[in-house]
Design a protein around this ligand. Sequence first.
Ligand code: FAD
Length: 255
Amino acid sequence: MTPAVRTRVAIVGAGPAGLLLSHLLDAAGIPSIVIDQRSRDEIESTIRAGILEQGTVELLDTLGDASRVRTVGHRHDGIELRFAGEGHRIDFPSLVGRSVWLYPQHEVLKDLIAARLAAGQDLRFGVTAENVVDAETDRPRVIARDAEGQPFEIEAEFVVGSDGSRSVARAAVTGSSTGGYFDVRPLETYPERALRRIWKAQHFSWWMTSLLHVAPDATDFDRRRQLGELRGVVESRHGQAYLAEAYCGWPLTGG
Ligand SMILES: Cc1cc2nc3c(=O)[nH]c(=O)nc-3n(C[C@H](O)[C@H](O)[C@H](O)COP(=O)(O)OP(=O)(O)OC[C@H]3O[C@@H](n4cnc5c(N)ncnc54)[C@H](O)[C@@H]3O)c2cc1C
């Protein structure tokens, strides 16, 4: 018989989402097990994101001294858009009273991993989730292999798939490994609130990309229209404020 461990929340993936969730659950007195297929060293040395929104920094503050973002990270109070030979500063604090922080994702992960282990978190590296079964029931299970390749299962009340873009858990929840976005049970209103923010951020990312890059097949008309759009933003306090608000991040709650 396959050995099994029990917990209330099984979290697949020790990225920022999974680790921060285990921290928040612990603060609420809810135990969890976090597994990740990669080694601790690999997780802590993979270079990815570099900029943190203000809301994320405030969330990391709940780690106390374990978070080094305020001491080692750098607060950025604005950006400069340069086009047609001129620079235009977008000053975040004066526009929206917020900022962003330059603090690499792998440093955030170092902080989170150290804090979770210090708190006695059951955090397992080199452990791969192969499937999530019984997702429709109140006893979902993660079918996994440990660091030695031995099969085992995690029985939980909830399974959280924070296993990134090639998620194994996603297929079990949405029925597809590529389609479907979100399903949270039994928190009926949460998906709608979260999705609203996610799609706003998705649009902002697309908009900034189209605003700041010239497509290889851009026509003269396209370039002039793009310059018109840039001027529309920097010459309007409202345009600047939208950019600043989105760049620094909308509130994580509400909406
Ligand atoms: C080059 C680059 C630059 C970026 N820059 C920025 C930026 O400046 N600002 C920003 O906000 N975002 C940025 N991002 C995006 C950001 O890195 C991601 O949004 C973030 O990593 C997502 O976190 P996550 O915890 O959801 O997933 P991930 O960080 O992908 O973590 C998922 C974890 O799950 C584990 N896993 C996967 N499958 C399994 C399995 N079957 N079993 C067990 N474990 C599994 C993986 O090993 C991984 O550790 C960037 C991304 C990249 C690639």
